[in-house]
Design a protein around this ligand. Structure first.
Ligand code: NAD
Length: 416
């Protein structure tokens, strides 16, 4: 497969491969290859200077056979229907692999948030929610934060939805601030979940996580929290990076101290006694585990041959291109795919939804314990299928996710 493929063409070819291996019939394959609903809206708002701003909003709901649609809302200028459709499909598989009672969705608004005031963003969010409210709800479709949206955005979505219905409905979104029903541990969940997968992969191969060397690209939510979790497990975090470049310290870094330095200087660079490296050099370091946790398309056919890590755990969505995937598999590098490795976030989103529905607030220890249980189970469900099918982990994960959704659709049957 060439690297010129779009996110949707990659998602569709992954589905085709899984469908073939699962011997799904043509009708089922066709049903799964299309979202159930794609909503496109024009969002008109009053800008701070009195003019009218017109923005395009999208929500794609892929499949809900296993439970309500679930997925992030992203705000950025060149968001496309194709890309959002691909991401909604991946959410369906991700929720099924983690065995959560959710389907998959994705949505967002074409907007450059850096050019908007907070008041404009609030009006934009509320107007968008009002336009798609009939299709949202705790048992229909539950949004979550994604690129350039955050806990504040979720609070506006929850409040708008609640105002329209006439009562408070915290279970209508996840990723909210804790004081209005968010879950403890949601912020750290994706990074922690990546390390639970790495731990299980090491255990299954009779390797020890303690003392393992880890290099992490990206020092944001996922990268930083993965670094903290790895450090807690006794790993050596030998390199981290952000958009300004990376730092390398073979004896291991303390991620919390690096964060303090980053907050003071706006960069991880020039942290004490570390060697400066580029993001490309970080990816090519000799280490036990490489965690790309920044952007898509970082490991490509151009650098796949130079990857020296023994294991790659995808914290980011889509950091490895299909060509590179193949190259890593041929080099016998264990790759834990994004749809499994970064499912900790949606798993704790599920815990948040359950807490809201039951009007409970679980302590952090309970959230973290249940997260580890769920991630370990998901990892082993995939690993068992991989062993049986003699496949790579991405194919195994896709087969598990697609197979569970197809089974649910078959069992429900078609109405009328
Ligand atoms: P974030 O914005 O908090 O952090 C991104 C980090 O990447 C920042 O440190 C940034 O400086 C760095 N970065 C940007 N450009 C870079 C470059 N060229 N080279 C190296 N680093 C660069 O984002 P996040 O929430 O940590 O998300 C990271 C990835 O994980 C994304 O692909 C996202 O879709 C995925 N993801 C996030 C979550 C979640 O819960 N946050 C869940 C699932 C998947």
């Amino acid at each position: 497969m060439s690297e010129e493929h779009t996110p949707l063409s990659v998602a569709l070819s992954q589905l085709k491969l899984a469908s073939k291996k699962l011997s799904l019939d043509a009708g089922m394959h066709k049903m799964l290859s299309q979202p159930k609903r794609s909503i496109s809206v024009s969002i008109d708002i009053r800008m701070d200077n009195g003019s009218v701003g017109v923005f395009n909003g999208i929500r794609v709901q892929h499949w809900d056979a296993r439970g309500p649609f679930k997925g992030g809302m992203r705000y950025y200028p060149n968001i496309t229907l194709d890309e959002v459709t691909a991401l909604s499909m991946l959410m369906t598989w991700k929720c099924a692999i983690a065995d959560l009672p959710f389907g998959g969705a994705k949505g967002g608004i074409c907007v450059d948030t850096k050019k908007m005031s907070k008041h404009e963003l609030e009006r934009l969010t509320r107007r968008y929610v009002s336009l798609i409210a009939d299709y949202l709800g705790p048992h229909r479709d539950i949004p979550a934060p994604d690129m350039y949206t955050d806990a504040q955005t979720m609070a506006w979505i929850m409040d708008t939805y609640s105002q329209l219905k006439g009562y408070s409905i915290p279970e209508s979104v996840t990723g909210k601030p804790v004081e209005i029903g968010g879950s403890w541990g949601r912020t750290e969940a994706t990074g922690r979940g990546v390390i639970h997968c790495v731990k299980q992969a090491m255990q299954n191969n009779q390797l020890k996580l303690k003392g393992a060397s880890i290099a992490i690209q990206g020092f944001g939510n996922v990268g930083y929290n993965a670094a903290v979790a790895a450090h807690e497990e006794g790993c050596k975090v030998i390199a981290v990076s952000d958009s300004t470049g990376g730092i390398y310290c073979p004896d291991g870094l303390n991620p919390e101290e690096v964060l303090v330095h980053k907050e003071q200087t706006k960069s991880v660079q020039n942290y004490k006694d570390c060697k400066s490296i580029t993001n490309d050099e970080l990816l090519e370091l000799s280490c036990d585990v490489l965690i790309p946790a920044a952007l898509e398309n970082q490991i490509t056919r151009k650098n796949a041959d130079k990857i020296k890590a023994k294991m790659v755990a995808e914290g980011a969505n889509g950091p490895t291109t299909p060509d590179a995937d193949k190259a890593l598999y041929e080099k016998e590098i264990c790759l834990i795919p994004d749809i499994l490795a970064n499912s900790g976030g949606v798993t704790v989103s599920y815990f948040e939804w359950v807490q809201n529905l039951t009007r409970e607030q679980w302590p952090l220890e309970k959230v973290n314990r249940k997260l580890e249980e769920k991630m370990t189970k998901a990892f082993n469900d995939v690993a068992n299928l991989v062993e049986k099918e003699e496949s790579d982990m991405r194919t195994g994960a896709l087969m598990l996710g697609v197979g569970r959704v197809a089974n649910a659709i078959k069992t429900l049957g078609l109405w009328p």
